[in-house]
Design a protein around this ligand. Structure first.
Ligand code: ZN
Length: 274
C-alpha cells in the first residue's frame, strides 16, 4: 500500500517536472529533527482556556514548545522558533542557533523559516535567523504588520522582516515549499487567521504532520475541542476535520507540537527521522 502510494507520488512529481532540467534532482533526501523551544514549569489545567465547551474538567497536561529542522537535500528549513530566550521561566535552556550548531548547521544555511502562526511561543527566536526567508500565513502577517496588533501579538519578535531586513513571503493558502511535494504548508486557519500546519513526507517514516496549534493536545484533536482564544470557531473545526482526513488518507503521523506525549514520536535530538 505504502509502496503504491510512493510510486504514485513519483509519477505525479515526474509529470509535473517533465522537460525540466531539475528532473534528476527530484530525489532530495528529507530529514526531520525536533528542537526544544522551551518548557512550561508545570502541567497546565486545560479546561479553563482550551475548551469553549468545558470538556476537560480536572485535566492537567504537560505542554512543551517545539521547533523543528527540516533538511531537504542541501537546504534547511526551520519550522517554528519556540519561545524567546528572554521569556523567563519558559525560555529554552539552549537557544535555536546553538542547537543548530550542534547539528553543524549555521544560521546562514537556513533558507526558510516556516511559521505556524503569530503567537510568541512560535516566533520567539525568529530574529536569530535573519537571512532566512520568512514563510508565514498571509492572515497572520497582516495582523503582525497592522497599525494596532491585538493584545498578545508581539511584532518585535519578527522585527527583522517587518523592517525590511529579510525576505518575507506571506502564504495565503497551501505552499509546496520545495516544489516537489515533500514539504507542504497546509492552510489550517481558526487558531489564528493565517494558521498553517506542516506536512513532511519522509522516505522511511512516511508522512508526518506538524500541527502548529490547530490542536494543542490529543484530547482536543480527538474530540474537536476549541480553545476560547481562537480567532474563529468554525474555521478551527474545519481545520481539525481537514487534518483528520489527510492523516487518514495518507496514513500520516500527527505530531501535536505542544503535547509532551507526542515528543517521542520523533527520535530524540540530535537524531533525525528519515
Ligand atoms: Zn502555541
Amino acid at each position: 500500500m505504502r509502496k503504491a502510494m510512493v510510486s504514485l507520488g513519483l509519477v505525479v512529481g515526474m509529470s509535473m517536472l517533465a522537460g525540466s532540467p531539475l528532473l534528476a534532482q527530484t530525489t532530495a533526501e528529507v530529514t526531520l529533527t525536533r528542537l526544544d523551544g522551551g518548557t512550561p514549569p508545570a502541567p497546565l489545567e486545560v479546561n479553563a482556556r482550551f475548551s469553549d465547551t468545558y470538556a476537560y474538567p480536572g485535566l492537567k497536561l504537560q505542554f512543551v514548545y517545539s521547533c523543528y529542522l527540516v533538511k531537504h537535500g542541501n537546504d534547511y528549513m526551520v519550522w517554528d522558533t519556540g519561545q524567546s530566550m528572554s521569556a523567563g521561566p519558559v525560555a529554552p535552556k539552549v537557544g535555536l542557533v546553538d542547537l543548530l550548531a550542534q547539528m553543524k548547521v549555521t544560521p546562514e544555511q537556513v533558507k526558510y523559516i516556516g511559521i505556524s502562526h503569530y503567537h510568541g511561543d512560535h516566533i520567539g527566536q525568529a530574529n536569530s535567523l535573519p537571512k532566512a526567508t520568512l514563510l508565514i500565513g498571509k492572515g497572520d502577517w497582516d495582523v503582525l504588520t497592522s497599525a494596532k496588533p491585538p493584545a498578545g501579538v508581539n511584532p518585535q519578535l519578527v522585527s527583522n522582516w517587518i523592517s525590511g531586513g529579510g525576505n518575507v513571503e506571506p502564504v495565503p493558502q497551501d505552499k509546496d515549499v520545495f516544489g516537489d511535494g515533500t514539504v507542504v504548508m497546509l492552510y489550517t486557519p481558526g487558531h489564528t487567521p493565517g494558521h498553517h500546519s506542516l506536512l513532511v513526507r519522509l522516505a522511511q517514516m512516511g508522512p508526518v504532520i506538524l500541527s502548529g496549534d490547530f490542536a494543542h493536545f490529543n484530547e482536543n484533536y480527538e474530540s474537536n475541542g476549541v480553545p476560547i482564544f481562537n480567532t474563529d470557531r468554525a474555521q478551527t473545526l474545519a481545520s481539525i476535520d481537514r487534518i483528520k482526513k489527510i492523516a487518514a488518507n495518507s496514513k500520516a503521523t500527527l505530531i501535536i507540537q505542544h503535547d509532551a506525549r507526542d515528543v517521542a514520536k520523533l527520535p530524540a535530538f540530535p537524531e533525525s527521522a528519515r
